[in-house]
Each structure stands twice: as C-alpha cells, then as structure tokens.
Ligand binder design. Structure first.
Ligand SMILES: Nc1nc2c(c(=O)[nH]1)N[C@H]1C(S)=C(S)[C@@H](COP(=O)(O)OP(=O)(O)OC[C@H]3O[C@@H](n4cnc5c(=O)[nH]c(N)nc54)[C@H](O)[C@@H]3O)O[C@H]1N2
Ligand SMILES: Nc1nc2c(c(=O)[nH]1)N[C@H]1C(S)=C(S)[C@@H](COP(=O)(O)OP(=O)(O)OC[C@H]3O[C@@H](n4cnc5c(=O)[nH]c(N)nc54)[C@H](O)[C@@H]3O)O[C@H]1N2
Ligand SMILES: [Mo]
Length: 770
C-alpha cells in the first residue's frame, strides 16, 4: 500500500502558496515575462476579461485583479507550446485517445484547421474555405435542421454567441445544448418561478453591506478565489459567514489574501466562516426548511410575548404570494424528518437561523453543491422562500446570488443561447432580420445526447467546451459521437471530444480571450461578456495570436454560416469585420442593451437591469412567489443508508463529483489538490474514517467504484484510492471528469434536466487487477 499522495493541507487558502503556484504556472507557460504582463491586464478596464470565472470586478480595481486560478487559466492559454499539423501527423487519434486530459492539453494551442483522415487515423491540415464548404454542404444535406446539435460552452463572448444563435435559427432549429444545462440551469428555472428572473439580484457592492452571508454548496477558495477577497473583507468588518458544505473546504475556513501586503508579510490569515455546517449530500432543502421552521417559531414566540414580529410583514404583504401555504408545509415538516434528511441536528439549524434573525441584510450564494441534484429546483425555491421571510431581496446588502461558472455563461443565455427561447425574443429576431424563426423547442444537453444515441441526430458543432468529457455516462456519449455524420469542434487546445470523430470531422482553432483580434482594416476588435452580477463589459486581447492561421470565434461562425445559409438575410462577412454591428443587432433584439456600443466604452461597462432587485416581479402572480413543495421522499444519501447490504463491504454511498484545485472543468492543469492535501493523484475517493473501517479498508487502498443505478447498464470506474477525510458518513467525493463514467444519463434534476453529478449511488470493491 502506498499513501505517498496524501500530504499536508494548506493551513489557509491563498497566501504564499498561491503566489508560489502563480510563479510556477507562469514559468511553465514558457514565457514568464509575457505571462506576467498579460496578467496585469486581467479584469482591467482596458484589458481582457479573465477567462477563469464569472465573479464580478470591483468598481475601483486594485492595481491587479486576478487570482491564482486566473493565472492558471491565462497562462494555459498563453502557453508557447503548439499542437501543429506535424504533431497531429505523428500521433493517430487512437494513440491520442489513450492520453489523460492533462497530457492531451499539455500539447498546447492548435495552430491550423484540421480535418480527420480515416485511412491514416490522423487529423490533417485543411484550408479554412474547404472546411467551411464541406461543413456547409453536409449541414445542407441533412433531412431536417433538427438533425444537427449546436453546443455552446460558456466562454464564448456575447458577440460570438449571438451570431451563432442567429445562424442556427436561420438554418432552422433551436437545438442549443449548452454547458449551463449541466451547471446553473436549476438556478435559472427556480429563480424565474420565484422572482420572475433567472439571475442573481445582488451587486458586488452588496457584499460590503451584508450583515450575514450564507454560502451553500460552493467552494470559492478553488473556483471563485476573488470571491474570497470579498468574503474576507466582510468577515473582517464583523459580518457573519455561514457555510453549508459536507466537506470542510480550506478556503472557507481561513484565507490569506495575496493582495494584502501586511497579511502576507506577517504570514497571517483571516477566518472566513463564522459557522460551518456539514449537511449530507442533497440535505440542503431540509436544512433551509429547518431554518424557516426556526424563524416561524421565533416569530410565534415574539408575538406571544407581545414583541414585534421578526418577519418583514411590509415586504410579505406588499410583495409576496403564497406565504400561508408555505407556512403550512413548514409546519407539516417534522424536525425528525429535517434532521434525518439534512444530517444536521435541530440545534445546529437553530443556530444558523439565529444568525439569520440577527442580521438586517442577508445574502445567500450557492453553486454546484445545490444545482446538481434531483431536487435542485425545489431547493432553490426553498432558499428564496427563506430569504423572503425577512425581505432579504431588493434592498442594499441583501439578495440571492447564484455564483456562475464559466466567465460568460450568463451572457450567452442573455443573448439567445436557449433551446426554449422566449417568444418575445423570437419575435424580435423575426422583425430585425425578416426570416421565419423556428418556434419548436430544441434539445438541451440530455436531449442532444438522447438524439445522438437513437440516431436521430447526425451532426454536432461545438462552440468551445469538451462535450464528451463534461457530460454523464462518458462511455455512451463517446460511442454516440463516433456514429455521427459530422463533428466540428471550435477550440483552442486538443481535448478528448476531438478524438471521437464522426464520419467527417473538423477541429477549427480559434483565438483566445487574451489575443488581439484584428479586422480587415487592422483595427483591434473588442468583445463583451456578462458576469454573475449582470455587469456587461468589454474584453480586448493584448497578446499576439498563437498562430497566424487562427480565426476569431466570430470569424469561424461567420464562415460556417455563409457556407450553409448564404448571405441573403445577413451579411456574415460584414458582421465579422465589425463587432459593433453585431452589438447593434443585440441592442435591437435583447432588452437592456440600449446604447450598447457607447456604454461598453465606459471603464466597467454597464449593469443589465434586474427587475426583482427593484422589487418588480415578472411572475404569473405578479409577486415574489413562495413554493410549498414537500421535502424529497428520500435523497440518494438516505437511500444508500437504508439499503441493507449482504456484508459491510457492499455498503452503498452517495457520491459527489467535484473539482480539484488544479483544474478548470475538464482541463486539468496539474495533479495536486493542495487545499485538500492530495498530491500527484486524481483518482481518489474522499471518505469518512469510520466508513473506511466499516468497509475493512484503509487510506491508500485501491478500489473500483461501482455505480448502483437500476437501468441494467454496468458502470465502473477502475483503480481509485481512498483518502480518509472530514466528510459526513455515507457521503463520499471524487473528481470530475474522471468519475463521469459513473453519472447515469437517466438521472436528471426535476424541471432542470441537469445531470445529478452531486448524488450518484455507488459501492466499492477491491480493485480487480490485484
Ligand atoms: N479554478 C476553477 N475555477 C472554476 C472552475 C474550475 O473547474 N476550476 N469551474 C467553473 C465552473 S463552470 C463552475 S460551475 C464553478 C463551480 O464552482 P463550485 O460549485 O464551487 O464547484 P465544485 O467543485 O463542483 O464544488 C461544489 C462544492 O459544493 C459542495 N457540495 C457538493 N454537494 C453538496 C450538497 O449536497 N450540499 C452542499 N451544501 N454542498 C455540496 C462540495 O463539497 C464543493 O465544495 O466554478 C467555476 N470556476
Ligand atoms: N461529473 C460532473 N460533470 C460535470 C460537472 C460536475 O461538477 N461534475 N460540472 C458541469 C459544469 S458546471 C460545466 S459548466 C460543464 C463544462 O463543460 P464544458 O464547458 O464543455 O467544458 P470545459 O472543460 O470548460 O471546456 C474545455 C475546452 O474548451 C476549449 N476552450 C478553452 N478556451 C476556449 C476559447 O476561448 N474558445 C473556444 N472555442 N474554446 C475554448 C478548450 O479546447 C478546452 O479543451 O461540465 C459539467 N460536467
Ligand atoms: Mo459550470
């Protein structure tokens, strides 16, 4: 047995460890000076938007506004390494398929458009015009436009995304599988029902005013490190930070801000969470309901004593619908049900509720720990219910804040990447461009996979991303992709999806965010993005393109569009040559973009109005609407616990698949997870020491992980190793994408259709090879 991959956890997130890692990353990029110069332009008014995450930028930027993971994302793109035609000629696709995600992307930036040659099993350089012509001719030859799937990953700019949806709708389909289907879909669905808009209601400034911040199902130390700076400032001025996370995440415990010179000099750090609760996987709806129960109880007690109500009756009376029904369902939910499902004690939940009750202004943030479950939509509704009780929405320092993932995933949706587009948007498109817009709803991610599996989908175009690795049931999706007539990937670096070529297959390399995008007049073009706080701002690259043969994403989409639908309705070349024209079309068809081109020139851009933040409710009731759903009958965690195995070794667990500190989704930067004390190994399972003992196993033991989902398909992830960890009993955790083979396609969130990547029932068996 070898436990050498288990090491010391960082004592605090950030600090010198983060700076050291930045230095290492810049050196690895092959051009540390260039890298450092590039970073100084990240999230600055005249620079590019950091492709790392969707956290907002402050009004008064510090001299640098980036983080360790921003450095990783940027130096990964600004690498000197190149995947040239010579590289592709040397390695067959079959050979490349055997590489890990990490090894594959290490080969660097793709330099030429490439076409798959089946005979030699290699990708070979192709002229742009030939690629466009062939793609256009295959798309035109389909029986119906609905046989094509148009995927978007959330890094695409507003301009690229808008042009893409326009092309696809002129072509004739609403098939827009989107990375957000696997991400914050439940937040959009739940919030639209509750408050009439599927986005968060807070601004960055609200974090300076909140008395309490509840952070649910999110690991900002790794995934939104700049958010830690805002949480740290809040903690330092005495705001309470209440965390709900089954895992004790380092960044939520202590943080040393690399941007604070004094803290760095003295080796100090700041405590972030004032309260840290560890619910079982999927137990949050019960935990939040418990807090509401405690709030109602406190209200009853106050009234009995002749004291003022603790609820915000002015808000509830004027702005809310459905309070009585909600109260009834809360009363009907027993404490024992709540304790059993959440895994938290009544005392703990009451303690959290007391923080809520003593705060005038509360923000609630959340991410994938909330959105990737079966009952994510009801959970998000429950969070909204809880926040309504004391009017914590639409006032300074308070509100709902789903923290988005990809840097422009929110913007892509705003400008029309949507398989179920609102009628008003389609009407506007029809009016602006004068064509008949397809009205039939299209495919989301699971819909697209279904169509690929049953053979009704024939073509896949990916605007960025790594579809085959990010989706569930990797093995099935791989087979389905290879059966397609056409696969096209618009990408910066090679990834596994490129290695599942359809009958005809292309990789089309594009400029990255950090690179200068020149038009035919030699002018540098600016794109725009929207962050989690609905701020829209410009982004202009500063580096020389990785290869003279690259086109911008907009240029590539324009090329495919021209070859497929011609230029009668839209002059693609003209739009690709002047992004201001694209923005004028956005202004004419999407609400909120008045004077887009002018306002984009302002240093921090502009804010898209959020009606709910102004207490205007675009819901059917015209009010902020309470839900009254019962708790789920059983979470996967409860089911796992209640299954009685023949022997302890066959016990079942609820598995969540999350991110290590050294990855960006399917892009793996390195093999360490410093904050969790794991080094040089990604195939690990975090498990409670007592569960480990019960299995008769030890830390470091090798196991196969078996999915226990009843659809007759065998799903096994081989050769993982146990890490003993502070995690609730019955819940286990490991990394995505290595564990995606276990996530069943058939298990998707109610109403959100999001794969349930945070609750997969599994068991273990000693690794079969030994
Ligand atoms: N460096 C870096 N930054 C990123 C990304 C990246 O991969 N790397 N990805 C980007 C993207 S696309 C996204 S969507 C975001 C993702 O940001 P996160 O949502 O922070 O990502 P995950 O690693 O999936 O972490 C989920 C967290 O939720 C907790 N959790 C899991 N299940 C539950 C549950 O049932 N209840 C509760 N309360 N907690 C739970 C986990 O323990 C973990 O701390 O980050 C974005 N930023
Ligand atoms: N099991 C499990 N599965 C999950 C998740 C999970 O937590 N657990 N999380 C889900 C979530 S939240 C998300 S958002 C999805 C992510 O799914 P995707 O967005 O599809 O995946 P990424 O890994 O972000 O995409 C990486 C690829 O994007 C390309 N790329 C990078 N920069 C650019 C660029 O500027 N332009 C273009 N055109 N391409 C570029 C590179 O070639 C790189 O290989 O995965 C989901 N899948
Ligand atoms: Mo995401």
């Amino acid at each position: 047995m070898n436990e050498s991959f288990i090491g010391k956890k960082s004592s605090a997130a950030g600090g010198w460890g983060a700076l050291k890692s930045c230095g290492k990353q810049l050196l690895q990029s092959g051009s540390p000076f260039n890298g450092a110069r590039t970073m100084l332009k990240a999230n600055q008014p005249d620079g590019f938007d950091c492709p790392g995450c969707a956290w907002g930028d402050p009004e008064h930027g510090s001299s640098f506004e980036f983080c360790e993971n921003g450095v990783k994302a940027v130096s990964w793109e600004a690498t000197e390494k190149r995947a040239t035609p010579a590289f592709f000629a040397k390695h067959t696709v079959t050979e490349l398929s055997k590489l890990s995600d990490y090894e594959l992307e290490l080969n660097g930036r793709i330099t030429h458009p490439m076409r798959y040659d089946r005979q030699s099993d290699t990708y070979q350089a192709v002229a742009w015009e030939d690629a466009f012509a062939e793609i256009g001719s295959i798309l035109k030859g389909l029986n119906t436009p609905d046989e094509a799937e148009f995927y978007t990953s959330g890094r695409a700019s507003n301009e690229a995304a808008y042009l893409y949806q326009l092309f696809v709708r002129i072509f004739g389909t609403n098939n827009f599988p989107d990375c957000s289907n696997m991400c914050h879909e439940a937040s959009g669905v739940g919030l639209r029902q509750a408050i009439g808009v599927g986005k968060g209601t807070v601004l960055l400034e609200d974090f300076e005013k909140a008395d309490a911040i509840f952070v649910l199902g999110q690991n900002p130390g790794t995934n939104h490190p700049r958010m830690l700076g805002d949480l740290r400032r809040a903690a330092m001025r005495g705001a309470k930070i209440v965390v709900f996370n089954p895992i004790r995440e380092r960044g939520l415990e202590r943080f040393s801000d690399p941007q604070d010179k004094l803290e760095m000099l003295h080796g100090g750090s700041t405590e972030i969470a004032s309260h840290y609760f560890q619910p079982c996987l999927g137990g949050d709806m019960a935990a939040v309901r418990g807090m509401s129960k405690a709030v109602f109880a406190a209200d009853d007690a106050a009234i009995a004593k002749g004291e003022p109500s603790v609820l915000d009756h002015a808000f509830l009376d004027e702005h809310c619908a459905g309070l009585a029904d909600y109260r009834a369902v809360v009363d009907a939910t027993s404490w024992s049900e709540i304790e059993d499902q959440s895994g938290l004690s009544r005392q703990e939940i009451e303690q959290a509720a007391n923080v809520y009750l003593s705060a005038e202004r509360v923000i609630c943030t959340w991410a994938m720990g909330i959105t990737q479950h079966l009952h994510s939509v009801p959970t998000i509704r429950e969070i909204a219910n809880f926040m309504f009780l004391r009017g914590n929405i639409g006032k300074p320092g308070a509100g709902l804040c789903p923290v988005r993932g990809h840097s422009n995933v929110q913007g892509d949706r705003t400008v029309g990447i949507n398989e179920k587009p609102p009628a008003a948007f389609l009407d506007a498109l029809e009016k602006e461009f004068g064509f008949t817009v397809p009205r039939k709803h299209g495919h989301n991610v699971l819909g697209a996979i279904g169509a690929m599996l049953d053979g009704s989908a024939k073509a896949f175009i990916g605007l960025g991303g790594n579809f085959a690795r990010a989706t569930p049931d990797s093995a099935l999706v791989e087979k389905a992709m290879k059966n397609l007539k056409l696969t096209v990937h618009i990408a910066t670096k090679p990834n596994h999806s490129h290695l599942m070529p359809g009958e005809t297959a292309f990789i089309l390399p594009c400029l990255g965010r950090t690179e200068i995008d020149l038009n035919s007049r030699g002018q540098s073009q600016v794109v725009s993005v929207e962050d989690s706080m609905s701020m829209v701002h410009g982004s202009a690259g500063i580096n020389r393109p990785a290869s003279p043969h690259l086109l911008s994403e907009v240029g590539i989409i324009a090329g495919i569009a021209e070859a497929t639908v011609g230029s009668d309705i839209v002059s693609w070349a003209a739009l690709a040559d002047d992004y201001e024209l694209i923005r004028s079309h956005i202004e004419a068809t999407v609400p909120g973009f008045t004077d887009y081109n002018t306002r984009l020139r302002k240093p921090r851009g502009f804010h898209l109005r959020n009606d709910a933040a102004h207490r205007e409710w675009n819901t059917p009731a015209g009010k902020a609407t309470f839900s009254n759903a019962p708790l789920p009958k059983q979470t996967v965690h409860q089911q796992a616990r209640q299954t009685r195995p023949a022997s302890a070794a066959q016990s079942r667990f609820a598995l969540q698949t999350f991110r290590s500190h050294d990855q960006y989704n399917t892009t793996v930067y390195g093999l360490d997870d410093r904050y969790r004390g794991v080094y040089g190994e990604r195939k690990v399972i975090f498990i409670h020491p007592d569960d480990l003992a019960n299995l008769g196993a030890k830390a470091g033991d090798r196991v196969d992980v078996i999915c226990e989902y009843d659809d007759g398909i065998e799903r096994i992830a081989n050769d993982f190793r146990f890490v003993s960890y502070d995690i609730p009993r019955g819940s286990v955790a490991g990394y995505y994408p290595e564990l995606n083979v276990l996530v069943p396609l058939g298990s998707a969130g109610e109403q959100s259709d999001t794969p349930t990547s945070k609750s997969v029932m599994v068991s273990f068996r000693p690794e079969s090879r030994v």
